[in-house]
Design a protein around this ligand. Structure first.
Ligand SMILES: [Zn+2]
Ligand SMILES: [Zn+2]
Length: 344
């Protein structure tokens, strides 16, 4: 019997009678992480890894019925032993390990291999069946080391400041923004953030993750000389909006795994693209899958067909799980990665 099956409401564990990251309201939900497509409102009961509790409450409401477990802590529910293990994606992100009748399944949610200091690093978990994402499941997706990417961002900021230009960097507000704050060279100048980002910064700081001081961008006048030396973090939706009138002369950039494709940056119309993803790249996906020792792999979202085909060629039993998970790196839906020009 399969420990997890796809149902119209979400991924379901029949033995335990609960759902993992359901996209429709259910009675019992187990949540891998607080990105909007994985953690939705309306469930009667939530179970999540303890470091993600604050973010879940901040996003879904303080009054949700939430139970948390420390990483590695085990819970027995209807004969199913359940535990959470770090996924390295965002604060509190977890892989869900299920064991029942000697069978072990791991549902990994979204995950990233390279540790970044803002959340517990990814830990491979041995299992018979591994449920994986495939957001960047194409061989063209290979991330440069993040130290290199942050050196590029620092240089860009420094060069703009020298020309009295504000540096506006677009990034996803939960996870990516805090990772940039944690890893950036904060000595280069003041850091301003959009109003969508600051509440999440608060939760990270309360969880003990170091973030440099940040100023709410709305509180700084356009004429303030500080503005011209500042780095500003904003969600992609702020680009092209009236909010941009806060700034005089500025250079803009975008931090996302999709920036690996030259066409994506062009379509975004930004000056600079920084290849920075909170997901595993192609070698990372394959490494993680291999580390689990799983013979069966279920692929949930992203470039599903390509990864499934590749794994089958490797002799694994790979299948697709149809889900409604989206893209937390702001995909541009009309991009055709196979035909696009890849940056060197
Ligand atoms: Zn995510
Ligand atoms: Zn996802």
């Amino acid at each position: 019997m399969d420990l997890v099956i796809a149902r119209p409401e979400g991924l379901y564990c029949p033995a335990g009678d609960f759902y993992i990251d359901p996209w429709r309201p259910v009675e019992r939900s187990v949540i891998t992480h607080a990105h909007g497509d994985h953690a939705r409102g309306g469930n009667q009961h939530y179970l999540a890894a303890a470091p993600g509790g604050g973010i879940l409450r901040a996003r879904l409401g303080q009054d949700i019925n939430l139970q948390t477990l420390a990483y590695g802590e085990r819970l027995l529910h209807h004969g199913v032993t359940l535990s959470f293990h770090p996924a390295g994606h965002v604060l509190g992100s977890a892989q869900v390990r299920l064991e029942y009748g000697g069978e072990v399944w791991v549902a990994s949610g979204d995950y990233k291999i390279e540790p970044d200091g803002t959340c517990a690093p990814f830990e491979p978990v041995r299992c018979h069946t591994f449920i994986t994402e495939s957001t960047f499941g194409l061989p063209i997706y290979r991330w440069p080391p993040q130290a290199q990417v942050f050196a590029e961002i620092n240089q860009w900021w420094q060069a703009n400041a020298a020309e009295d230009k504000t540096s506006v960097l677009f990034c996803y507000s939960f996870g990516k923004a805090q990772r940039i704050l944690h890893c950036i060279d904060a000595r280069l100048g003041p850091i301003l953030v959009h109003g969508a980002i600051e509440p999440l910064n608060r939760v990270y700081r309360e969880s003990g993750v170091y973030l440099p001081p940040t100023i709410h961008a709305g509180e700084v006048k356009k004429s303030d000389p500080m503005m011209r030396k500042a780095l500003v973090l904003a969600p992609p939706s702020a680009g092209g909006s009236t909010w941009m009138r806060h700034f005089g002369d500025y250079s803009d950039g975008f931090a996302s795994g999709w920036m690996r494709l030259r066409g994506t940056r062009r379509r975004r119309g930004v000056d600079r693209g920084f290849v920075l993803s909170d997901h595993a790249d192609w070698p990372g996906l394959l490494w993680a899958i291999e580390q689990t020792g799983a013979e069966r792999v279920m692929v949930t979202h992203g470039s599903v067909a390509v990864l499934v085909r590749h794994l089958r060629e490797q002799g694994l039993d790979a299948q697709e799980f149809t889900t409604e998970y989206g893209d937390d790196e702001e995909d541009i839906t009309d991009t055709e990665p196979q035909s696009a020009e890849v940056l060197p």
